[in-house]
Design a protein around this ligand. Sequence first.
Ligand SMILES: Nc1ncnc2c1ncn2[C@@H]1O[C@H](COP(=O)(O)OP(=O)(O)OP(=O)(O)O)[C@@H](O)[C@H]1O
Ligand SMILES: [Mg+2]
Length: 363
Amino acid sequence: MNQHLSAAADAVPIGTSNVPDDVVRLVELKRRFGQTAALDGVSLTVRKGEILGIIGRSGAGKSTLIRCLNGLERPDSGQVFIEGREISRLGERELQPLRRRIGMIFQHFNLLSAKTVEDNVALPLKIEGRPRAERLAPAAELLKLVGLSEKAKAYPASLSGGQKQRVGIARALAARPALLLSDEATSALDPETTRSILALLKDINRQLGLTILLITHEMEVIRSIADRVAIIDAGRIVEEGPVWSVFADPKSAITRSLLGGIRPQLPAEISSRLTRTEGGEAILRIDVAGEAARGPLLSDLAEAVPGLFRLVHGGIDHVQQQPVGTLFLAVPGSDANHLARVIAFLKAREARVEVLGHVANSV
Ligand SMILES: Nc1ncnc2c1ncn2[C@@H]1O[C@H](COP(=O)(O)OP(=O)(O)OP(=O)(O)O)[C@@H](O)[C@H]1O
Ligand SMILES: [Mg+2]
C-alpha cells in the first residue's frame, strides 16, 4: 500500500514552518437559533496528524460546529482558525481556497449518481480547473488507495454502502486537504463494513499523517480510531482528553451515559435488587486503568484481605493499548470491618471504588 500512498503523501503540509501545529482552533464559538444555543462557547483545537472524535447526542450542536468549520455557518461570536487563518468573517470568494483544505465525508456518501466512480473522485480536481487528462491519474491513485481500482468505470448505484463510502473518502482526499471532516460517515453502514471503513481512515491517518475530525454519536467509533475525544452537550464541550483516559475516568454524566453501551454495567437482575439495607452482600463497582489494571489485583486482594469476595461481572478492556477495567464484586456485608479493608486495599491500588448498594442474598 505504501507505494500507492506516496503520491498522495503531500496531502498534508508536513514540515512547513509557517503552518501551525493546530489545524483547527475554535475560540469561544457561539451560535444561536432563536431560543436555542446550538453552540454556547466552544473552544477546541484539532492538532496536526491526530484523529479527534467529537461525540454528542442528537441536537448537541455537532453539525452546527462542522458547518462553522467549513464556513457554511457564521458564528454569532468567537473565532474559527483553519491552519492559523481566521475564517469566520471571510467572504465567499476568500473562503473557496480554504474550503479546499477541508475534505468531507458524509453519512449518505453524497456521490453524483450520473458520474462514474473515477469522475466522482476527480470532481474536486475538476473544480480546481484541471483538464481531464490531469484528473484521471490522481483519481486512479486514490482509488488504489481505497482498494477500489476495479470499480473506476462503475456508477455509484452498482456499489455497496461500504464501497460508496470508499469512493467518498477517495474524493475527499483528491484536493489534498489538510483536514478530513467525517460527519457520521459510518452511521449508515453495518458493523463489519463500519470496521473496515474505520480501519481505512486509521490507515490514511497513519500513512499520510492526515488530520481527521470525526463527528459521531457512537462511542464505539471513537474507541476504534480516535486519539482524543471531546464530548459536546447542549452546545458546550463538557469533557475532552485522550480516549483511554476518558474511558477510564469519565467526569460528566453525559459521558458516562454515552459510554454505557460499551463499558460493563451491573446486570439488571442484580441492580434491580439493590437496597440500602446493609447485610447480605455489598456490591462494589471498581474502576481501574493503566498500571493498576496490569497487576494481579484480585489475587493480591485475596492475599492481603483474607475473607470472601466474588467477581459478579465486568472485565478488562483495552483502549489505545491501555487496560481499562470495570469489575463488580460482591463482598459479604455482615462484617463491616472486612468490607472496609477490601475497599481500603483497592483504593491504595489506585482503583476507584463505589459501594452501589446491598443485596439480601447471594446473587
Ligand atoms: N438552521 C437551524 N434553524 C433552527 N434551529 C437549528 C438550526 N440548525 C440547528 N438548529 C438547532 O440547534 C441545535 C443543534 O443542532 P445540530 O444540528 O448542530 O445538532 P447535532 O448534534 O448535529 O444533532 P444530530 O446528531 O441529530 O445531527 C438543535 O437544537 C437544532 O434544532
Ligand atoms: Mg448533526
